[in-house]
Every structure is written in C-alpha cells, then in structure tokens.
Design a protein around this ligand. Sequence first.
Ligand SMILES: [Mg+2]
Length: 273
Amino acid sequence: MSNATDLFGKDISALKNKKLFLFDMDGTIYSDDNLYHGAKELFDMLNSDQYFFITNNSSKSVKEYVVKLKNLGIDSTVNNFFTSAQASIMYIHDNYPQNKVFCVGTKALIEELAENDVQLCEENPDVVLVGFDTELTYEKLSKACNYIMGGAEFLATNIDLVCPTSFGFVPDCGSICQTIENSTKKKPYYIGKPNRIMVDEIVKKSNFTYSDVVVVGDRLYTDIATGVNASVTTVCVLTGEATIDEISNSEIKPTFTLENVGELYKLLAEIKV
Ligand SMILES: [Mg+2]
C-alpha cells in the first residue's frame, strides 16, 4: 500500500500512531448545525478516552455542547470537553485560590464558575475574568474597568476578536477586552487557545503523553498555534478559516494539512480493520 500524503505532499502515516486527538469544533467538525463529512464516522470509531473537544467559546457551558453534539449525532460526555472556561477555572484555582472573582460573562459561564467552587462577587474583586459575553451590558464593562484600575488582576477566557455567525462575525472576548484595555491601559492574561495550558491540562488528566497528541483545527493563530506552543503534532483542515495560501505564507505551520476530518477518518480506519 502506498503511503497517503497531505495537501502539501507530506507523508501522513505518522498520524496512525497517534492516540489522543484534540479537536476544535467550529469550522473543524461542523459549521452552525451542519456536521462535516466524515466527522460522525470519526467519533464513532475513536474510543471515548481518545478525544477531546477544545474550544475557546466561553459563552456556552459544557452541558450545552454535549446536547448540541447529540443533536448532530455525536455521543459525547462532559469528559470529552475542555473549554476555555474550564481552563480558566483551573487557572484561577491554581493561581488565585483564595480570591474573589468578578465575571464579565454569560449566565452559563457564571454558573459553571460557581459549580466549580470559584468565589464570585459583584464588588471588591481580586480578579476580573472576562469571557465571550453575549449578554454584555455597559454596567458590567464599567465595573470591570473600575476594578482593574483599582488593582484587580485582569484575566480573559480567550483571545479571539470575532466569532463567526451565519451573517459574518460578532465581537468575541478579545474585542470586549480591547474595549476595557482602552480605558484601563491594562492587558489581560489570555487563558484559552493558543495558550498551551489547553494541552497541558488534558495530558495531565489523560493516560497519554505529548507524543501521542494531535491538535486538529481550522485556525492557524489559535488551534495550530496551541499545538505548536505545546510542541505536539498538528493537523489543519480547510473546512473553516485557513486556506492553502494562508498556510503557505504563515509563520505558524501545521505539521499536516488535510481537506477535512473525513480524511483523518479514512487514514485511521485503515489501521482499525
Ligand atoms: Mg474553529
């Protein structure tokens, strides 16, 4: 059998030895409510301890993602997810264990923080955590500026400036943070992708090592950069944002480039039979 290659003609057989797959969601396995070709077959084939969904979107809780995937035909559990919200919770517990947090985020994010023993408050916080707040108000922005200028730590779930929608883009966490930066002259510490924390925390709780890991995504400066920062193998798919030209011209290069996750399924299915 001749070896399969990626879109740049690179031999992809090394992927057959990989055991832990970290997938971006939007643009990688689906767009809105349309699952990409081969995605269902791929997740049916992988064991449930072999994959995680890593997402920067902190507007939805993990429970909501499980329901969304279920509706698309993929049976996952909360254990298959690692979101920028979960990474933020770990980061806060590790670095600010006794501190009170004011959150600029959705009800879903605030609930998730509370369920995971983050001490939330409305006044005099030690930490301000900003998420992708689709329920943003001027009052929240104003309070965040007040607390950050008063010395509170400024953390953010994710660096993304915009989030894709059916009509184009809406402002994401990074844009909300820039608004706060303009007033406070302070920059946040961004926790989600491309921060390698996303890979480190997953490897820590899995039975696998870094050499087993592949990060699969459609965006160079978040998904692929996460893998590069953690020194693990990466696969860029062309179903979302990245194009062949962009990859050719970018400093951030994936290890392999495939048309879609269906190609990954085809390759891995060869070794299962
Ligand atoms: Mg994506």
